[in-house]
Ligand binder design. Structure first.
Ligand SMILES: [Zn+2]
Length: 237
């Protein structure tokens, strides 16, 4: 019988009157997989993640909780008592725990889908994107507060552990360009949800179209990752 020793560390901590055992474990990473294709992932605002296969990983439950919290906050703030403040803090903790759980679940599903289908993940390279991006004021808080960074970090981390390669690609015009013919125009994006190409008439959910552009760019930026299939396009939509 083989015995695998798992190295790790455990700390017992007391947080808000509750004991928790925090454990870190060193588990081996899986060897890198050789992908056959790229799975583009659009980390959006309304749908938290959409992949180029058309799967949508929604953040709706989080928004529901967030709204509930903000309504509760107004009520509690109006009261202003100490116990109200305590309730408020507790609710904030619950909300952040819930967000983490949703992020974990989304990234796990995404990475599992990539692995199952022998795909490398193609994500937007967001270095300096805030300078370029225009987000409506109402969505700015949501966007900056959580939708991108923690989830991106989790996806990258879990992908690495699972041996799924990740490439970061140029994010410019991914939402305006047609994933079928490449025609790029601001007016292709009819609304938050709808993409409709003015040249070829291709219509799709806007996030799905963007994710497909990301998948294509993954293949352009890292053709070395996937062995080319003879006489055939790497992507056959
Ligand atoms: Zn088109």
């Amino acid at each position: 019988m083989q015995c695998h020793r798992v190295k790790g560390q455990a700390d017992l901590v007391l947080v808000h009157g509750q004991f928790s055992l925090l454990m870190t474990l060193e588990t081996p990473e899986e060897p890198p997989m050789i992908p056959e294709r790229f799975l583009g992932v659009d980390l959006g605002i309304v749908n938290i993640a959409t992949d180029s296969d058309g799967n949508s990983y929604t953040g709706t439950p989080v928004d529901v909780v967030r709204q509930r919290c903000s309504r509760a906050r107004q009520t509690y703030q109006a009261t202003g008592t100490n116990s109200a403040k305590r309730c408020l803090k507790q609710r904030a903790r619950h909300a952040s725990r819930f967000r983490r759980a949703v992020n974990h679940s989304i990234s796990q599903q995404l990475v599992a889908h990539a692995k199952d289908t022998q795909a490398a993940l193609s994500l937007e390279d967001l270095t300096g994107i805030r300078d370029r991006m225009t987000v409506r004021t109402g969505q700015r808080t949501r966007h900056h507060s959580w939708s991108c960074n923690p989830l991106r970090q989790l996806v990258s981390y879990q992908a690495q552990r699972a041996g799924v390669p990740v490439v970061l690609v140029d994010p410019r015009n991914t939402s305006r360009g047609c994933s079928r013919c490449g025609f790029t125009d601001k007016r292709n994006r009819r609304s938050q949800a709808k993409f409709s190409c003015l040249r070829c008439g291709h219509t799709a959910h806007a996030d799905h179209n963007a994710a497909r552009n990301l998948a294509t760019r993954g293949g352009v930026s890292r053709p070395d990752l996937c062995a080319p299939v003879k006489g055939q396009l790497a992507f056959d939509w």
